[in-house]
Design a protein around this ligand. Structure first.
Ligand SMILES: Cc1cc2ncn([C@H]3O[C@H](COP(=O)(O)O)[C@@H](O)[C@H]3O)c2cc1C
Ligand SMILES: O=C(O)c1cccnc1
Length: 335
């Protein structure tokens, strides 16, 4: 069924009134979404974005330019509608849902923010596991259930975003532990730290990753991940059960994708990599996933912003498949 649907989708795209292959990556996007939805007429009209927020114990090592309270302050900003992701979601008609996965201030509550706190942030991964396996499963389940609800609400496109000061260190550690990439290459500026702090991040990551030898992907996620990263992995793993297309954002969301693909190989056929992050090791992450980013806007923000910006292109790719005339329809001579 799949092979012939792939051929039918390819034929439909090839018969559109354009030179063969001339819509480049958009043609691949249309084909992929057709296969995900098992349809020659898929839909990308209803997009839902999730932002998962969580704190990271590794901030004690001084790995970020910003203080840890910024995670909580940004959750308040998202709830008030003032962050970059709020603006891009409003501009592009994307429904945004917010999740507190576990921040230091355990009393904090905001209207419109799902309170799914696993703990008061992770433990410092340099000195021991960031979380227990039970906490990791709990965070994965939040993501899985969020994806299930979105599918039941009729969303076809899911955007995963995150907020968590210190989480580029967790993402670098996942990359290094899962692929064997050396910690220096895996670490970068994140919010904008200089060479001295990047060297410190690399040492912290090397220390944490030294505990990961011989562990499974799920165990590595608990050792060096974050609650928001686990929640994103849960969404990613659930996608294939509901014909959902997940638009993966930058460095941190891609780390969730990497660990999810190692946990359940071949999950990635339901994912699209929205953009190439300016975080240097993102290219290594995409390479490990054998993936290519749709666009490159030199973003290094996270939150899901690259995916919110790429969403109109995804909609256009699907509209091309559904609405564009064929050579026969339009009476245009083919080559
Ligand atoms: C105001 C502000 C808004 C953000 N929105 C996303 N991030 C991004 O930066 C953080 C990761 O970088 P690092 O590992 O260097 O701390 C994450 O919260 C990520 O989402 C932000 C960071 C800041 C400061
Ligand atoms: O690409 C990202 O997701 C990213 C890069 C730097 C800082 N925060 C997020």
């Amino acid at each position: 069924m799949s092979t012939s649907l792939r051929q039918q989708l390819q034929n439909k795209i090839d018969q559109k009134t354009k030179p063969l292959g001339s819509l480049g990556k958009l043609e691949q996007v249309a084909l992929q979404i057709g296969l995900i939805q098992q349809s020659l007429t898929p839909s990308a009209e209803n997009a839902k974005a999730f932002i998962f927020g969580a704190d990271h114990g590794v901030c004690d090592e001084g790995v970020s330019l910003f203080p840890q309270q910024v995670t909580s302050q940004m959750l308040a900003n998202f709830a008030a509608g003032g962050a970059a992701m709020n603006v891009f979601c409003r501009s592009n008609g994307i429904d945004l849902e917010l999740y507190n996965m576990g921040i230091v201030d355990t009393d904090a509550r905001w209207p419109g923010v799902h309170h799914c706190s696993v703990a008061a942030g992770t433990n410092n991964m340099r000195h021991g596991p960031a979380m227990t396996q039970t906490q990791c499963q709990q965070a994965l389940l939040v993501g899985r259930e969020a994806a299930q609800r979105a599918a039941a609400q009729g969303h076809q496109i899911i955007i995963i975003g995150e907020m968590g000061i210190g989480n580029t260190t967790a993402a670098s550690a996942l990359l290094s532990a899962l692929t064997g990439l050396d910690s220096k290459t895996a670490c970068g500026p994140g919010t904008g730290v200089g060479a001295d702090v990047i060297a410190l991040k690399a040492q912290v990551v090397a220390d944490a990753v030294s505990r990961c030898q011989g562990l499974s992907a799920a165990q590595i996620l608990a050792q060096v991940g974050g609650f928001e990263i686990a929640a994103m992995a849960g969404v990613l793993l659930e996608a294939k059960h509901h014909q959902l297309t997940v638009l993966v954002d930058g460095f941190i969301a891609s780390a969730a994708a990497l660990v999810a693909e190692y946990m359940e190989p071949n999950s990635k056929s339901n994912w699209l990599f929205s953009h190439a992050s300016a975080e240097p090791a993102h290219s290594a992450m995409l390479q490990a996933l054998d993936a290519e980013a749709l666009i490159d806007l030199k973003l290094r923000l996270g939150e899901g912003t690259g995916s919110a910006l790429a969403y109109p292109l995804v909609k256009c790719a699907v509209a091309m498949l559904n609405e564009m005339a064929s050579f026969a329809d339009a009476g245009v001579s083919s080559a």
